[in-house]
Ligand binder design. Structure first.
Ligand code: GTR
Length: 427
């Protein structure tokens, strides 16, 4: 090989490598974000302008919901999954007598196949009955959110974590209470709210298992390309929890707030879009596939998320890998599906991967849907300063200092937002 040829080949290799690197390493520089080209919120597929809440509810909302089901989260296949809930009181004197702790065991079954999932409830003893509750999945098991020996350990798949004594994929008692910093149960109860939480792995283990486990395994057929991935199973099961709330007289099922952090924030948004029984929806650092606009291609992209987590969305969503310009929908429309219910979006300054600016903008661009109801959405030109929540409208937003996490500061904003909006709902 001649020297000239070798230099030339190396040069071509270098250019090629840089191009691949540029395509595959997600952008975290605002200066590199192209001008946003977002699909219209209030123009129907046939070109009709949507200018009333009636047309929103009859035409545009169902149309958008269908697009998100088919192209992203996945339709729930027709199924005969039977759901039962069995309640047991764990402790009527929890939190120094302030709360009653209960566990509710859900059984999801088809014929002889069944799956169990446990909901942990803290209900304030001194609040008016029924109580408004925050409903949220946890990442590591109910036993990790509060240090109490009587909380059951999950039997389902667990992510191995030797820091918490988990040397295989099963729960360990050594991890009791290790995530309590994310769950200020006493503050929640002191403010008059209940907390209902479930381990998400009880519903569907969070790894690419070819849909062999969890809820998917109850069905004889694997999902087709438009049917549910894991996020949709998690959202679906939350609705079954709300069905149970409707049967109890201790929980105000008209004041259920669905909340989630990160991938579970994506889940909370999808749950809120699907089921209008939630009175309020909260997304904590949900990022790509949650509140962040995909069109910005900032931080985690569709390709990055589908590559690392191929089981989260349906297979149709893969067609947008590196092809965001082909999207006929974007996440501001997902936020708009909450209208007219209050929705809160939270970001963290250090969470660039989740694109805080994109999370803010989806709230801003969802605002016209709220205006159809004469409600204020997120009507501000720019992201508010760090640690200065904007909660004057029906779309709340804050960006706090710190990293990707769920903190007491975040909870305080959610409690304030709930106080502000849920008092107006009939009791
Ligand atoms: C990250 C993922 C994000 C987010 C996060 C989480 O690895 O890229 O989309 O969901 O995990 O759930 O903590």
């Amino acid at each position: 090989m001649s020297t000239k040829y070798l230099i030339c080949s190396l040069f071509i290799c270098f250019i090629g490598y840089n191009q691949i690197a540029a395509q595959s390493s997600p952008n975290t520089k605002e200066s590199k974000v192209s001008i946003l080209e977002l699909p219209a919120l209030l123009i129907a597929k046939d070109g009709q302008k949507i200018d009333s809440k009636e047309d929103w509810e009859k035409i545009r909302r169902p149309e958008l919901l269908k697009i998100f089901k088919e192209e992203m989260f996945g339709n729930v296949p027709s199924n005969d999954i039977k759901v039962t809930a069995e309640e047991k009181i764990v402790n009527t004197n929890a939190l120094g007598g302030k709360a009653t702790m209960k566990e509710v065991v859900f059984t999801f079954s088809i014929n002889s196949h069944e799956l169990k999932a446990t909901l942990l409830l803290f209900l304030p003893n001194n609040s008016p009955n029924p109580t408004s509750v925050f409903l949220s999945y946890n990442f590591d098991g109910n036993h990790t959110i509060f240090p109490d020996e009587s909380i059951s350990l999950p039997n389902s798949w667990m992510r191995k974590n030797t820091n918490y004594g988990m040397t295989d994929d099963t729960a360990s008692p050594l991890s009791r209470g290790v995530k309590s910093f994310r769950w200020p149960v006493l503050n929640i109860v002191n403010r008059g709210y209940g907390l209902a939480t479930m381990y998400y792995g009880d519903i569907d283990p969070d790894f690419d298992d070819g849909f062999e486990n969890g809820i998917h395994a109850l069905l004889s057929q694997k999902p087709n390309k438009s049917e549910w991935g894991s996020l949709a199973t998690w959202a679906w099961a939350l609705s079954k929890v709300v069905d149970y709330f409707e049967t109890t007289n201790t929980i105000d099922h008209e004041k259920v707030i669905v909340m989630g952090h990160s991938r579970l924030g994506k889940t909370a948004l999808w749950a809120g879009a699907l089921d209008e029984r939630y009175a309020m929806v909260i997304s904590n650092d949900s990022g790509c596939g949650g509140a962040a606009l995909s069109n910005r291609k900032f931080g985690e992209t569709i390709k990055a998320i589908n590559t690392r987590f191929p089981h989260w969305f349906n297979d149709n969503f893969n067609q947008y890998n590196d092809q965001e310009e082909k999207l006929s929908f974007d996440q501001h429309q997902l936020i708009a599906l909450m209208a007219p219910r209050p929705v809160y979006i939270a970001s963290a300054k250090g969470d660039r991967w989740a694109d805080p600016e994109g999370e803010f903008l989806s709230g801003k661009y969802a605002t016209p849907a709220y205006e159809l109801y004469d409600l204020k959405g997120l009507d501000i030109a720019e992201q508010p300063p760090v640690n200065q929540p904007e909660n004057s409208g029906h779309i709340g937003y804050h960006i706090r200092s710190g990293k990707h996490d769920l903190t007491v500061y975040d909870w305080e904003q959610y409690l304030d937002f709930a106080d502000k909006h849920l008092d107006g709902i009939k009791n």
